[in-house]
Design a protein around this ligand. Structure first.
Ligand code: TYM
Length: 334
């Protein structure tokens, strides 16, 4: 706990273009609960290195991600928004925690299995120890709560296991964090295949709605979304396409599934899909106006990058000093 507030940590990889899955599953929740916590939001650029990046494009993406955090509504003065690679404590703590994590545990990570199948020519050690760096991110700030989408739950579990293991040996060093999942939107599915998660890296561009998609594209993609053929707007496991669209509409409008079914009773899928598209496009229009403004103001963004890196370093150093002492590393003489 910092001051009298609990600590929140979360972040996104600076890989690919953000989708409404990232937005409704994570970013919009960050904004909803930010005021209750002392917050740290990382642009997780070290994690992105587990997949080959083109350097110039990568640098641009990372900056763009930071601008999106702010455009979505995170005030960078109240919230510490920073680049992971600017705080060396992440990598240092990750090394120490590597020595407290078992290969058997990492072998069970489904994301590792998925990613190594996808990038079979580059199954690097970073991909394998990815969850340990993520544990370091969270534990470095003594985070109480970590708002994420459902796909990150396994990584949260291993973070908790590592923290508990470490605390059992050395006393209460780490806060054991809890995941925070939103009421709806914790798993937004692909528009092309609603049994698959919507993903930044889907090769089919019609499968995902990107935060920087133009209005016409957003509506066109929703019109083409794969659904069943019974034409009834009802939330049901056997109707993954329509249920996914109902989830998205619920996230965009705040309406419950029952309210949505009532609103569209007797109406067809065509009308519903356009309404979903419009509701999402309205949100993205506003976000894009802000995003363009922020990205155009170089010195504003540079100032935030500089100040927040200092702030994050300051907090992270406290934990790192404690951890080093506990494991018996010799203190540096200044
Ligand atoms: P990343 O960059 O893949 O995704 C960022 C956030 O978006 C959520 N998300 C989704 N939520 C709902 N539906 C979807 N289709 C969907 N796709 C993505 C993710 O759950 C995540 O919350 N390993 C993390 C980044 C990370 C991190 C951390 C997160 C690194 N260190 C520490 C929290 C705390 C990742 O790859 O997220």
């Amino acid at each position: 706990m910092l001051n009298d507030k609990k600590v929140l940590f979360s972040g996104m990889q600076a890989t690919g273009n953000l989708t409404i899955g990232n937005y409704f599953g994570a970013l919009s929740n960050w904004i909803k609960i930010a005021d209750e916590y002392e917050t740290f939001y990382g642009v997780m650029d070290l994690h992105s290195l587990t997949v080959r990046q083109e350097p110039a494009q990568f640098r641009k993406r990372a900056r763009s991600l930071m601008a999106l955090y702010i455009a979505a509504g995170l005030d960078p003065v109240k919230n510490c928004i920073y680049f992971q690679s600017h705080v060396s404590g992440h990598a240092e703590l990750a090394w120490i925690l590597n020595c407290f994590t078992y290969i058997g545990e990492l072998n069970r990570m489904t994301q590792f299995k998925d990613k190594s199948a996808k990038h079979a020519d580059n199954v690097n050690a970073g991909l394998f120890t990815y969850p340990v760096l993520m544990a370091a991110d969270i534990l470095l700030y003594q985070a109480d709560v970590v708002p994420v989408g459902k796909d990150q739950m396994q990584h949260l579990e291993i973070t908790r296991d590592i923290a508990i293991r470490f605390n059992n040996i050395y006393g209460d060093v780490f806060t054991v964090p809890e995941a925070y999942l939103g009421k709806s939107g914790a798993k937004i599915m692909s528009l092309a295949d609603p049994t698959k998660k919507m993903s930044k890296s889907d090769e089919n561009l019609n499968a995902s709605i990107y935060l920087l998609d133009k209005r016409d594209d957003v509506i066109r993609k929703f019109k083409r979304a794969v659904t069943d053929s019974d034409n009834e707007i009802r939330y049901d496991e056997s109707k993954p396409g329509i249920s996914n669209l109902m989830d998205i509409y619920s996230c965009a409008t705040g309406k419950s599934h029952d309210e949505i079914s009532a609103e569209f009773a007797g109406k067809g899928y065509g009308e519903f899909k356009i309404a979903v598209g419009e509701s999402v496009a309205d949100i993205l229009d506003k976000l894009q106006v802000e995003y363009d403004k922020i990205l155009a103001d170089k010195s504003y963004l540079d100032g935030i990058i500089k100040e927040n890196a200092q702030k994050a370093s300051y907090f992270s150093e406290k934990t790192l000093r404690k951890v080093k002492k506990k494991v018996g590393l010799t203190e540096r003489i200044k």
